[in-house]
Design a protein. Structure first.
Ligand SMILES: *Cc1c(COP(=O)(O)O)cnc(C)c1O
Length: 395
């Protein structure tokens, strides 16, 4: 039996020889039998991608050989957080490897349907901190607007699985549904930052998104907008010239993109990020620490270094929230602290995100990391650096 750790270490050593890795080519979709006749223009059309999302077991079984755990998971995944995989994302899946990080994030397994004692439907108590429909107000100067309940691809570790999925949205007119939320922002002059998330707001049509951006931008005390999305990773075809120009018109618009694994950084994804960066949208990444996906320091290091190459600044690593059915993804907190220990000082400071735990019950993001202060007394700080060498700073 070969030892996987030894193999990974060898890979790591090989990697240090090649410093700059070009972004990966995704598996040529025409090699996948059900897509072999798809016209490249259709493949590039985001509406085509959405229309042809993989939703059912029978479709997925044509692309990958399902494990019994996946079959059980697929039989149960209905309604909220049903399965949905874009053909593009499916083309990144390793059909022969049940541990493929792309596959684990998108294909339901039986373990999702067992709920552990500390898990909750709404671990961050967002529903409690909601002063108007679709709005979460937790911090003094910024709000979170949940613009839609749909995504291009449903992540199996989703923290808003209580809301998100392929069900029919019951709410009414997209032109008026955010009126109360917008009134709340208008009447609260402390709000200078509006984070539009969901669901994935980039699943909205350009006109609906622009309508929302325009209404929020029209509020004089709102200094900037941000969009939380996974679209550049799960459906990069959605980043069209028209979308990029729209975002440019409402500048400053920042974007936080959910990236979890270096395999997600393909040539196609890079192209989408380039278009955004060139439209003046500063890009940050949000990463969820997931067992067996990105919980090893060398994978996380490769991810953050490759993100800088596509002009994405690593922003947060999240401890996986105790949301119902995600126990199989959760790592010990020490795993996350060790990842930061292996990044800080060892690579560019720009590559080091902040590791946070979203305080269960509504505490907000709490930064967690290695301790560099060994002792402190009478204006004397005894510190250690990233190599463990000890230094004294006298105040
Ligand atoms: C994450 C989050 C924000 C934004 O937090 P930042 O640390 O400023 O990125 C705002 N509101 C809510 C409810 C959040 O969960």
């Amino acid at each position: 039996m070969s030892n996987p750790t030894v193999i990974e270490n060898q890979k790591l050593q090989n990697e240090t020889v090649i410093n700059v890795r070009p972004p990966r080519k995704s598996r040529d979709y025409q090699q996948i039998s059900i897509y072999k006749d798809v016209n490249p223009l259709d493949w590039e059309d985001w509406h085509w991608q959405l229309k042809h999302r993989i939703r059912f077991k029978e479709e997925l079984a044509q692309i990958i050989k399902l494990t019994p755990e996946e079959e059980k998971g697929l039989d149960k995944a209905k309604g909220r957080l049903s399965m949905s995989i874009t053909p593009y994302w499916a083309s990144l899946i390793d059909a022969d490897d049940p541990d493929c990080p792309i596959r684990r994030q998108s294909v339901p397994v039986a373990a999702e349907f067992s709920v552990s004692p500390h898990e909750m439907a709404d671990p961050c108590a967002e529903d409690r901190d909601s002063p108007a429909p679709y709005l979460v107000h937790r911090y003094p100067d910024r709000v979170l607007l949940l613009a839609t309940e749909h995504c291009a691809m449903y992540c199996r570790h989703c923290t808003r699985r209580r809301l998100v999925g392929d069900h029919e949205e019951k709410d009414g007119d997209p032109l008026t549904k955010f009126d109360a939320a917008i009134e709340y922002i208008k009447s609260n002059r402390k709000i200078r930052d509006v984070l539009i998330s969901g669901g994935d707001p980039l699943t909205l049509e350009d006109e609906a998104l622009e309508n929302l951006l325009a209404k929020i931008r029209a509020i004089s005390h709102v200094e900037f907008l941000r969009i939380g999305t996974r679209i550049p990773v799960s459906l990069p075809q959605r980043i069209t010239e028209n979308l990029a120009n729209t975002l440019k018109r409402y500048s400053p618009v920042w974007m936080s993109v959910h990236f979890n694994h270096p395999k997600e950084i393909t040539k196609r994804c890079k192209l989408a990020c380039d278009m955004l960066a060139e439209s003046g949208v500063p890009l940050g990444s949000q990463t969820v620490l997931l067992k067996g996906v990105n919980d090893r320091p060398f994978i996380m290091k490769r991810l953050v270094q490759e993100l800088l190459q596509i002009r994405v600044r690593p922003y947060y690593i999240y401890q996986c929230d105790p949301v119902r059915g995600t126990q199989h993804f959760r790592t010990p907190v020490a795993t996350g602290i060790n990842i930061i220990e292996k990044l800080r000082g060892h690579t560019s400071g720009y590559a080091v995100p902040t590791y946070v735990i979203d305080g269960p019950g509504g505490g907000g993001k709490i930064p967690i990391g290695p301790n560099y202060i060994l002792s402190q007394a009478k204006g004397k700080y005894v510190l250690r650096n990233y190599k463990g060498k000890i230094y004294t700073y006298q105040e």
